[in-house]
Design a protein around this ligand. Structure first.
Ligand SMILES: *Cc1c(COP(=O)(O)O)cnc(C)c1O
Length: 437
């Protein structure tokens, strides 16, 4: 495919980038030169100029969990252009429109039973802000304003705005700079590792003792279900979600599940909560909600939470982002959900899971590798040391694959449309990155 679009030479673009543009979690100017992507299609990113002899990279990251159907998908493109011809945006205060209404109804239909109401937010972090606001306001509204704190387990990640930061892992995370300034929330130990590991009664007791000791001040428990993502790529037994559900009911605390990374099939269930057959009081969705096309997130809640808020002294949820319910984003989200559910997505995720199991197994024997784990379409190689990100990235790019390691982790979550050959290639690249990083 000729690339007529990129008029600016890559060298010039990179110079301006270095001069002016912040990149995620980076200093200014950045430490590492980014790769310039000129277009993307299927599972491939096309580079403006070759790197390590490659002009295309298979994307092992789904652009941070989001591009589950790959790039430039004809069905998703059509959903956006179709909506673009009608209206790209209209305010949501006092107005409504079909894509937002249909999306909300669809989310209620496919998420665990009991989640009935949908607040559309513009990013995952904002949906977590809204979830916490809902819970705090619920208790205030029903006359228990002392319930304002949050409980989570260590090793979590919930976003980068202020409220989510306070429930990210307080150590080793990206936010330790702010300890002492962030609100002090309650932290349980990291949940015992292993999707298939039996429930640890001592850990269940530990959760119970925290909930019983702090029930009067706790508004909500917030956790990532089954997979802790950016806090360390750990998996745990879904049974802990049922334990949390029971404890929250017993001690009158609300339960928020942050499914921003796990939602829409990534772990092998449509939602991670489905592994446990339970319903949270509040659920956050984001990332792959739009198939990676546009930024959109959603906070869903039960009748109980909505009614509590709406019967309070201030009977409104005072939140309303300018771009709430954006028509382009909601239209493409609907199309992405239809595309996902219109195929045998479980088979695709299982197929990728098997490919990752097989392809990453050799990494177990590499020096400097502590652990290799796979769940659904997620593969993780954990090293015994901090990854040399530049060296690991170079090694993967040489194999024609894009990965973005962090801390001691080289991890992948490929688009569900990744073919077996490309899954194998991603695995070879991860092994090479583990060897050299
Ligand atoms: C990415 C992520 C967020 C934050 O979402 P943004 O859209 O980046 O604000 C929150 N929670 C989890 C579990 C995430 O993976």
């Amino acid at each position: 495919m000729p690339d007529q679009h990129h008029a600016m030479p890559a060298a010039e673009l990179l110079a301006l980038d270095r001069q002016h543009v912040w990149h995620p979690y980076g200093p200014m100017p950045g430490r590492q030169e980014p790769l310039v992507v000129s277009s993307a299609s299927g599972v491939r990113l096309r580079l403006a100029e070759p790197s390590q002899g490659q002009d295309e990279l298979v994307d092992g990251m789904s652009s941070w969990w989001s591009a589950i159907h790959g790039y430039n998908h004809p069905v998703l493109n059509e959903a956006v252009t179709d909506q673009l011809g009608r209206m790209s945006h209209v305010m949501f205060g006092g107005l409504t429109h079909e894509p937002a209404v249909r999306l909300a109804a669809r989310l209620v239909e496919i998420t665990p039973p009991g989640l009935e109401h949908v607040f559309l937010a513009d990013s995952g972090s904002v949906s977590v802000e809204v979830a916490v606001k809902m819970c705090l306001q619920y208790w205030r509204s029903i006359g228990r304003p002392g319930k304002t704190r949050l409980l989570t387990w260590r090793g979590g990640y919930h976003g980068d705005t202020w409220t989510p930061m306070a429930v990210c892992d307080p150590e080793g995370g990206m936010h330790e700079l702010w300890s002492g300034i962030l609100p002090r929330q309650l932290f349980a130990d990291v949940p015992p590792s292993g999707f298939d590991a039996p429930l640890d009664p001592a850990y269940v007791d530990h959760l119970r003792s925290l909930l019983s000791a702090h029930a009067d001040e706790l508004a909500a428990v917030i956790v990532e279900p089954v997979v802790q993502g950016a806090g360390g790529m750990r998996f745990h037994n879904p049974g802990y979600l049922r334990v949390l559900r029971e404890l929250c009911d017993e001690y009158d605390v609300l339960l928020i599940l942050d499914e921003i990374a796990t939602g829409f099939g990534r772990t092998g269930a449509l939602f991670a909560a489905d592994h446990a057959g339970m319903t949270p009081d509040v659920m956050c969705l984001g990332k792959s909600l739009t198939g990676g096309y546009l930024t959109l997130a959603a906070t869903l809640c039960t009748e109980r939470v909505a009614n509590g808020i709406s019967r309070g002294a201030v009977p409104v949820l005072a939140h309303g982002p300018t771009f709430m319910g954006n028509p382009l984003a909601t239209a493409v989200a609907l199309a992405s959900i239809d595309l996902l559910l219109g195929q045998d997505w479980q088979r695709e995720v299982k197929r990728i899971e098997a490919g990752l199991q097989e392809g990453l197994a050799p990494a177990r024997n590499l020096p400097g590798v502590r652990d290799v784990r796979v769940l659904g379409a997620i593969g993780v190689v954990q090293l015994t040391h901090e990854v040399d990100v530049a060296a690991a990235t170079r090694a993967a790019v040489r194999e024609g694959v894009w990965v973005r390691p962090f801390r001691d982790l080289i991890y992948v979550m490929p688009p569900f449309v990744t073919g077996d050959g490309d899954v194998a290639r991603i695995c070879r690249a991860v092994c090479a990155a583990a060897e050299e990083g």
